[in-house]
Design a protein around this ligand. Structure first.
Ligand SMILES: [Zn+2]
Length: 323
């Protein structure tokens, strides 16, 4: 009997060591095999007549509203275990002659309530710091939250919509595939709880190919703001190009990756993070490679992952503007 117990114990030790080794291996550096997605992401359509000087006067500001801390190792494959990653929560404010609107809304005034809508395990793992909400920052500069009539939402996760209810006049625009996805979510999700409070509108990508995307929506039909599908993290995740008259170009990529290294290397989130947050891992890889190819083709394009505070810090923070 004693020998049997010893054997069971030994087996358990071996299994734990193997299990731990396997888990550790899911965090090691591994580049996405770009070749697998080449056909899809290498077909660029370029508008030969595009002339930035003819774009309308549009400005862009980042509004930082909060942050969350984690180990860099959880953010992308190959990230360091010793480095802390400061995950920024932010809205972007775009002022175009036809509309002043937000892209995502960051942590809102009621973020302490909103965080209770995420699973208990994630709440336990999450340490967050509130900063000043977008609505409060706008108000301090004499912009009433009531003046914001539109928010484009990269995807429906709580950390992107928390600030929505602080803008009572804003319609929230989401991709059709996101709308369908939301219908499948449990009642506990913040987006479900906001259902009655928010006016939701549907984005259709009706403007055909743009850069290496098959479909797009040129929001004001002037080439300044172009929305593109970046599915995977959620089915209706989207990205936004901002093309300014100065020639500066930005691409907001939501949560395709949590940091710029993900799109540069390119590298996905480690397995554990993917299992927790990504709806379609293969879709995420496809979207990552699309952005990666854009970065290769346009080295001057500023790619803005939703949570990369190092990028946010390099851009004009509200009330300063990029123009
Ligand atoms: Zn997020």
């Amino acid at each position: 009997m004693k020998r049997f117990l010893k054997r069971v114990l030994l087996l358990l030790v071996i299994l734990s060591v193997v299990g731990f080794g396997l888990l550790a291996s899911t965090f090691t550096a591994k580049k996405i095999d770009v070749e697998v997605y080449t056909g899809d992401s290498d077909r660029f359509v370029t508008d030969e007549k595009f002339d930035a000087a003819k774009l309308p006067e549009t400005t862009l500001s980042i509004i930082k509203c909060g942050k969350m801390m984690s180990k860099e190792a959880f953010v992308y494959r190959g990230g360091s275990w010793s480095e802390t990653y400061e995950s920024g929560m932010a809205a972007a404010l775009i002022r175009h002659p036809k509309a002043t609107f937000l892209f995502d809304t960051g942590f809102g005034i009621n973020v302490d309530e909103h965080i209770k809508t995420i699973p208990a395990l994630m709440q336990a793992l999450t340490k967050y710091d509130k900063e000043t909400s977008a609505a409060t920052q706008l108000q301090a500069q004499a912009i009433s939250p009531n003046d914001i009539k539109m928010a484009i939402i990269s995807h429906s996760h709580w950390d992107h919509i928390s600030g929505l209810e602080d803008f009572p006049q804003a319609e929230a625009w989401i991709a059709r595939d996101e709308e369908a996805h939301i219908r499948t979510l449990p009642d506990r999700e913040l987006v479900q709880q906001m259902k009655g409070k928010i006016k939701w509108q549907t984005i259709e990508f009706t403007d055909g190919a743009y850069e290496n995307f098959d479909r797009s929506l040129d929001l004001f039909k002037d080439g300044s703001i172009v929305l593109v599908p970046l599915p995977g993290h959620t089915p209706g995740s989207l990205g936004m190009f901002v093309n300014l008259r100065s020639g500066k170009r930005f691409l907001f990529t939501g949560d395709v990756t949590w940091c710029i290294e993900g799109e540069q290397i390119p590298a996905e989130r480690p397995w554990m993070a993917r299992k927790l947050v990504d709806k379609d891992e293969e879709g995420v890889r496809r979207s990552i490679v699309k952005v990666h190819k854009l970065m290769q083709r346009y080295p001057e394009l500023t790619v803005v992952p939703a949570h990369d505070r190092r990028i946010h810090n390099k851009l004009a923070n509200f009330p300063a503007v990029e123009r």
